[in-house]
Design a protein around this ligand. Structure first.
Ligand code: SF4
Ligand code: SF4
Length: 72
């Protein structure tokens, strides 16, 4: 299991990519396979194992829709 689990409220994401830019590990990207009701591709993470839990993404999100949980 990865050390951290990062989740995005996909319904609320507006695809601004601020979190994509903020991540020092470059593991966040917009998911082209999902389009939310507002017409945006929400942010998602492919390699959760590479997350270091720095919270840069969550702090940067203007809509506070990113949640980071430390796994035991
Ligand atoms: S917590 Fe840090 S390393 Fe993990 S996804 Fe967010 S910005 Fe990237
Ligand atoms: S910063 Fe927030 S609203 Fe912008 S793409 Fe990332 S999760 Fe979505």
């Amino acid at each position: 299991m990865s050390k951290f689990t990062v989740t995005f409220n996909e319904k609320e994401c507006k695809g601004c990519e601020l979190c994509v830019t903020a991540c020092p590990k470059n593991i966040i990207s917009l998911n082209p396979e999902i389009t939310n009701d507002a017409g945006y591709n929400p942010a998602s993470i492919a390699n959760m194992e590479n997350c270091i839990g720095c919270q840069s993404c969550a702090r940067m999100c203007p809509d506070c829709i990113i949640t980071i949980v430390k796994n035991d």
